[in-house]
Design a protein around this ligand. Structure first.
Ligand code: NAD
Length: 497
């Protein structure tokens, strides 16, 4: 729960927002002076004029990053020195927690309680964890012949371009920059044009923490104007992208068309959540299922948007889901008691409403929600929406909606549940609810997803990898596995005479 004593509206009025880019350690406007207006989805108030970076700005940021990498002002520090700086960086996020949380909520629409207690904390924890980890990672000596020594070492890859989405702005930024910086790289970060404000603030805090100028650069702007020049850049060694599958495909093409930079993509999902009739605690399953699809207004890549329920318990389970909806009614995101906020912008709200209309038109049964809410605020809110009698070929079951819309699909057999669950181009997450241990393991093995939960959803820890099978992407964020994305393996042979 956020501190209910804080008057977040008053804090918002007093907030000074700097929308300039952060390049070479200083704030600056786009070279050509371009800006765009950044509005809050809470009530459509204007928040700031944000630098709209273009190719020339990206080129400058990459040049600063390259210079910083080549002179080894960061890469050349010992892991322990980098660790200490990263921990200071994490501490500064916590010291500035209220401002960061407020920026996140104003910019993106999520409830202040979530920004404060989840997003900013998790972002700081990510920086701290990779900082802490980096002086505990050892390299290898290969078991070669007696008269040779073959060292296998990991080196920073160089200049990392990171392009991130708007749904968890500060956290997605830190999932990229924490392992990239910890392993000694320089970074150019492009936040989403819809939610750039916390990312920009990260630049100021990085300098204050002692990360040398030029090591972290932040170029706000639109995908084609700022993202494409970064993905196409001949002097960027790796592009770490989180976003939609459609743009992820373009990123892979751009990597191939330019310098064959490493292209890591964390993409969309349409995750199945399978509830068997032998589930021991249907109340717990309903609470977790509703909580995970409606958290963050349904704008989560791993949200369990397809609820597969065994037919014999479906009616009972649907009632339990509907009973949960009272906990997710949209409210004022700046009120500490609100659990569902605004969708990120008008366009996203229109998309969600379009999918709801398609569900109705294709014959799904709308049991709850389906409407725009809080229109008097000028903001973009949609009620938690539940469709029953969905079939997996309907558009609402096939496509990622990225909003508070749950599709319920009945099944009769375990085999059918697995088939429907895997019948999607995505493979980010899944869940199985059963008290049969063998069934839990056997079904989990057959689900083609990067994360499978058993009798839970949304378990989360920085120590475990996060990423997808199939068109949900490649590579993994979080855990020590993330370091693989930002390092090259080098073998050094030494002849022993
Ligand atoms: P998006 O693909 O529209 O945009 C993501 C980023 O790419 C933004 O910064 C955008 O400006 C940039 N971009 C857009 N077009 C570009 C282009 N042509 N060249 C270079 N950059 C370009 O995605 P979004 O709407 O911001 O985010 C929602 C998507 O992100 C959903 O599909 C969601 O599932 C996915 N997501 C995935 C994960 C994960 O870890 N797998 C996490 C969060 C979000």
């Amino acid at each position: 729960m956020a501190d209910t004593k804080i008057d977040w509206h008053a804090c918002a009025q007093a907030l000074k927002i700097d929308g300039r880019a952060f390049i070479g350690g200083v704030r600056m406007p786009a070279a050509g002076g371009q800006t765009y207006e950044c509005f809050s989805p809470i009530d459509n108030r204007k928040l700031a004029d944000v630098a709209s970076c273009q190719e020339i700005d990206v080129n400058l940021a990459v040049a600063c990053a390259r210079t910083a990498f080549n002179d080894r002002r960061w890469a050349g520090l010992s892991p322990r020195e980098r660790k200490q700086t990263m921990i200071r960086f994490a501490d500064l996020l916590i010291a500035n927690k209220e401002e960061l949380a407020l920026l996140e909520t104003l910019d993106m629409g999520k409830p202040i309680t979530a920004s404060l207690n989840v997003d900013v904390n998790s972002a700081a924890n990510t920086l701290r964890w990779f900082g802490e980890a980096i002086d505990k990672v050892y390299d290898e000596i290969a078991p070669t012949a007696d008269n040779t020594l073959a060292m296998i070492t990991r080196e920073p890859i160089g200049v990392v371009g990171a392009i991130v989405p708007w749904n968890y702005p500060i956290l997605m930024a830190c999932w990229k920059i924490a392992p990239a910086l910890a392993s000694g790289n320089s970074v150019v970060l492009k936040p989403s044009e819809k939610s750039p404000l916390t990312a920009l603030k990260l630049g100021d805090l990085a300098i204050e923490a002692g990360i040398p100028a030029g090591v972290l650069n932040i170029v706000p702007g639109f995908g084609e104007q700022a993202g494409t020049p970064l993905a196409m850049h001949m002097d960027v060694d790796c592009i770490a992208f989180t976003g939609s599958t459609g743009v992820g495909k373009k990123i892979q093409i751009m990597a191939g068309q330019s310098n064959l930079k490493r292209a890591w993509c964390e993409l969309g999902g349409k995750s199945p959540n399978i509830v068997f009739a032998d589930c021991k605690d249907l109340n717990k399953a309903a609470t977790a299922s509703a909580g995970s699809i409606f958290y963050n207004q349904g704008e989560s890549c791993n949200a369990p948007s397809r609820l597969l329920v065994e037919r014999s318990i479906k009616d009972e389970f649907v009632k339990k889901i509907l009973a949960e909806l009272k906990n997710y009614q949209p409210g004022d995101p700046l009120d500490a008691n609100t659990s569902m906020g605004a969708l990120v912008d008008c366009g996203q709200m229109q998309n969600v409403l379009k999918y709801i209309a398609s569900g109705k038109a294709q014959g799904a049964a709308l049991l709850a929600g389906g409407e725009q809410m809080r229109t008097e605020t000028g903001g973009f809110y949609v009620s938690p929406t539940v469709f029953d009698n969905v079939t997996n070929d309907m558009t609402i079951a096939a496509e990622e909606i990225f909003g508070p819309v749950l599709s319920i699909i009945a099944f009769d057999t375990e085999e059918e549940a697995i088939k429907v669950a895997n019948d999607t181009p995505y493979g980010l997450a899944a869940a199985v609810w059963t008290q049969d241990l063998s069934r839990a393991h056997l079904v989990a093995k057959r689900l083609r997803a990067g994360t499978v939960h058993i009798n839970s959803y949304d378990e989360d820890d920085i120590t475990v990898p996060f990423g997808g099978y199939k068109q949900s992407g490649n590579g993994r964020d979080k855990s020590l596995h993330a370091l693989e994305k930002y390092t090259e393996l080098k073998t050094t042979w030494i002849k022993l005479n």
